[in-house]
Write a protein that binds this ligand. Structure first.
Ligand SMILES: *Cc1c(COP(=O)(O)O)cnc(C)c1O
Length: 227
């Protein structure tokens, strides 16, 4: 990891008020530590076991974000410490997060992941599913459920393409989901629109991103291709 890459990135993000999530999947605790020493506190991981192992080795004031596909039976392993789960794509998963957050006597910030790309392989809710999830959570809250999840915004991954028009329209779709969440959850801290990665973050910022998730631009290319 190069300090200059980090500083350059911050110089682009800070004036726009955009926060940086350093995506540290496949990187070692030492590599994370060197970025931490430069002041970075938000780190993102995709795999539960990898996250649990690194969390145990690193300082307690790191805010860990889970950004990979999350199975309901694994929520319990990260619930004691995770700061934000960015990949919530079903009511069932949200319910499980709520349950384990309550057990740990804490609240967990959640982003709803939307499917905005062309590639079928990516996860997330479509617009209709987002609407129904907003409705269901509000219904259930009247019965006392979902009190330990803070709906904080949404996350999405755009297509792997250089087509700027396509990318902008996908980011725009995510942004409208974000606006829907603000209206749907007036009492939650809906302040995070997590969009943009190493290849497309500049466009994401133009479309209103509040948090970019950057891996390879900070740490260099990953040797193992992992999504
Ligand atoms: C790996 C990953 C990133 C970072 O990707 P880079 O292209 O290395 O910046 C961002 N978001 C998610 C969900 C990821 O899995």
């Amino acid at each position: 990891m190069q300090a200059s890459a980090y500083q350059n990135l911050l110089e682009k993000l800070s004036p726009a008020g955009v926060s940086l999530l350093a995506v540290s999947k496949t990187k070692t605790a030492d590599e994370i530590r060197s970025l931490y020493d430069l002041g970075q506190r938000d780190f993102g991981e995709n795999y539960v076991q990898e996250l649990v192992e690194k969390q145990a080795l690193l300082p307690g004031d790191i805010r860990w974000h889970f950004i990979g596909h999350l199975q309901t039976n694994k929520v319990k392993f990260i619930a004691p410490f995770v700061y934000m789960i960015q990949s919530v794509d079903s009511l069932k998963l949200l319910l499980e997060i709520d349950k384990h957050a309550a057990k740990n006597q804490r609240n967990i910030r959640c982003l709803l992941q939307m499917f905005i790309a062309r590639e079928e392989t990516k996860f997330g809710l479509n617009a209709a599913e987002l609407d129904s999830l907003i409705f269901m959570v509000n219904e259930n809250r009247m019965e006392g459920k979902f009190r330990h999840v803070l709906i904080s915004g949404c996350m999405g991954m755009a297509s792997l393409t250089d087509d700027q028009k396509q990318l902008r329209s996908e980011f725009n779709l995510l942004r409208s989901g974000f606006e829907k969440l603000k209206a749907g959850f007036p009492s939650d801290p809906v302040d995070t629109l997590s969009m943009g990665m190493s290849n497309d973050y500049s466009l994401a910022i133009l479309e209103g991103s509040t948090m970019v998730r950057i891996g390879s631009l900070l740490f260099g290319e990953r040797s193992v291709a992992r999504k």
